[in-house]
Structures are given as C-alpha cells and as structure tokens.
Design a protein around this ligand. Sequence first.
Ligand code: PLP
Length: 459
Amino acid sequence: YAPNSAAARDIANVLHPYTNLRKHEEKGPLIITKGQGVHVWDDQGNRYIEGMAGLWCASLGWNEEELIEAAVKQMRELPYYHGFTHKSSMPSIDLAEKLKSIAPADFSKVFFVNSGSEANDTQVKLVRYYNNAVGRPEKKKIIGRIKGYHGVTVAAASLTGIPLNHKSFDLPIEGVRHTDCPHHYRYAEPGESEEEFSTRLAKNLEELIIKEGPETVAAFIAEPVMGAGGVIVPPEGYFEKIQAVLTKYDVWMIADEVITGFMRTGNMWGSQTFGIRPNTLSCAKQLSSAYLPIAAVMVDDPIYQAIADESKSIGAFGHGYTYSGHPVSAAVALRTLQLYEERNTLAHVQAIYPAFQKRLKALADHPLVGEARGVGLVGAVELVADKPSKREFAATDGVAAQCVEFAQAHGVILRAIGAGAVTICPPLMIEEGQIHEIFDALEKALDDTDGWVNKKGLR
Ligand code: PLP
C-alpha cells in the first residue's frame, strides 16, 4: 500500500477484533466508506450487497433517515443521562415498556446494557445474585453448548462454546459447563432421526445435570438458532425436550436472542419459532438496527423480586454501566421498534423468506455443499471435501474464506465461519430481487471455489 494510504494507516494503527492479525498486516482492510439501503461501498468505489447485515444487525439497512432524526432530536434534547441511584430518562422508560409489550414471555423488568456480551455477562451475575438472594449459594453453574456464541467478555466468552474464544485467554471461568451442539447433519448417529437426536441430546443434558448435582446447576443458555457457530437450526423437538429437563431440575432458561430477536427467524422472537420458554432473555443488534450500541436483558418477576429484596438487604444492586439506557441509543432503539410496526416488517419478512429459503436449500445440490440450512432470513451452506462421507476441509485450507472472497468479487459480502460454513443474513428490509442477486453471486462463488479446490488438489 502507498505510504499514508488509508489501508497503510489502518495496518499501522488499528488492532482489529476477531482477525488473524498477521494475515491482516499482509492483506490489509476492506474499507467501507458509505452505505445506502442494503448496499455498502468501499473506498475504491466498489458496491456490495451487505449479505450479512454487517454482523447480523443492520436490519433497516444503511441510510434510515428516521433513525438519524431520532438520534439528532434526542441529542439536542438530552444527549446523556444515566439510571443509577433512582435517576431515569424518558427514552429508557419508553423503550423498556415497549420491549416488554412485544416480549415472548411475561417479563417484569428490562435492564439496559451496551452490547450482547454485556447482556450475557449480566445474565451470569444475575444467576449468582439471585441464587445468593434465595439462599442457594451452591446453585450457580451455567450450562452452555458446544459452538454456542454468547460474546467475548470474560464471563460471556466462558458461556461461548467455541475454542477460539477460550484458547490463550485462560477461559472458561469456573462454574461453566458445555453440552452438545444440536447439529443433526454433523453429530447425529447414522440413521438417527432429528427427533431421536433431540431425545439423545436432552438425555445427555439430564445426565450432565445429575453428574454435576442438580443442586449446583442454576441455568442453561441457548441461542434459538446458533449464529456464530455456523447457523445451526435446532432439530425437530429439541427445545421442547430440553425445556422439560430444565423444568425437572429447576434450571432457568436464558434465551440469547442477540441474533434471533426482532424477526430474524420469521417471528418476532426465535423463542416463538422454537417453543422456548425463557426466564430471562438477552437481545441486542436489531434492537437498534445497529445504528447505536444498545442491548437489553429482560427478567421474569420471581427473579426480579428476589433481586430487589437482596438489593435492599445489602444496600444496592451493585451492577450497571455508565451508558445503561443511554438516551440517544434508547431513542434510536425505540424508533427502530416503531418502524418495524409502522412498516409491517414482520409481514415483509414472512412474505420474502420463502424465496430466501428456496434459493438457499437449492444450493444443497452443488457438488461442494454438504448441507444448506436456515430459517427465516438467516442461513448457511456447509462446504465439504466429500459429500457422501461429509468429510470436512482442513481449517488451514481456508475454503469457506475463499468462497466469501469470490462472492465479494461478485458484489456480495458474506461471512466464513470455521473451515466450511458460509453464512447469509441480509437486512430485513431487503427486497426479493436483491435476495436473488445474493444467491446468484453465491452460486457463482461456489463454482469458482469448486474450481479453486480442484486446482489446489484439496479433495
Ligand atoms: N450473543 C450472540 C448470540 C451473538 O451472536 C453475539 C454477537 O454476535 C453476542 C452475544 C455478543 O454480542 P456483542 O458482540 O454485541 O458483544
């Protein structure tokens, strides 16, 4: 890169999250400078469809004037206030009320944070606080799942079940366990139906709880659809069977709806799509269409009442962030939820996701694709070295990453996860024609990747 170019300055100055840093030093960044609708442009003037809505979040696309106006209006009125020690501000009151009114369960209170990771960190602290409050200090363990993703703060990364988020960080912390990943294609026994697989996984969860001691296991955390684990849609009957085990051992269900919240799976919540009955819920991302950082934890009334009593007896609920319920973020989130209603985004998603799923599932016929999976407006294709045996490519082959590069050359931004998954998660306001553009580009990218794999002899 030319000295002093934006790319050179990026390499010289920015420590990138979630990136192979040595590779970044060689390859440099894709610098996005502008966005409009579902499109973004790089600093070279190339236009892309953002087929991942950024990081599964920019639901209303890249130039929603209503959200900009909501932010500016709130900035002028009250750019900042907080919620500590009985203080409050109107946007957080309005937003909490609105969120409760659309929630998938009868929640009592909403706690605001700035990110999905902070939401799940808060969940860990609530589990501890609550069980101390009700005199069960030994009941604190939380069970996550292999390939589950819950963020990167110390506690949230511990709940995450992906080795990359633990390795070299000395994680997970004490008191976290992980149970099976519900990926039928990868982990079912030969001939095992989805229903049988779900039964086996629920039985394994029960055995884990018994082994740990039910008096020590407090909570189970799950994404309705695993996102960063590679878009893993739960098999038939899964959550119903899991919920039964949780009820039996008095283990609370934490729904991590950071990706699935706000219509991604074709209903307002993933919990509704999959019959989950959460005691607490984390949401973020599409809550504000990603225009400003804001996330929330919702809790049911028994949990709230115990926490409130404990806060009285020890002096305060000693948890909260400077920017919890930030008025500008809250105003933008509230406007986002209003726009979803005013524009009937749910009906739009329900009208277009069949086309998305049809094109997605058709990719299963491609010689490189072992599985094409998804629900609503989210999906993934899993690239395999050999279809009958489902043999994976080596992680070092970088096949999924190469496919994403080819797609980018065809004008669509997608994401590679692990050795083989290519994920798709467009803005919710995408039009059907643009869905076809995404899949046309992905089909070309798969053909390009097939040629590349053959040339490199990776099979
Ligand atoms: N939970 C889920 C399901 C996520 O997908 C993510 C981020 O992708 C997080 C939590 C963490 O959110 P954040 O990156 O805002 O901290």
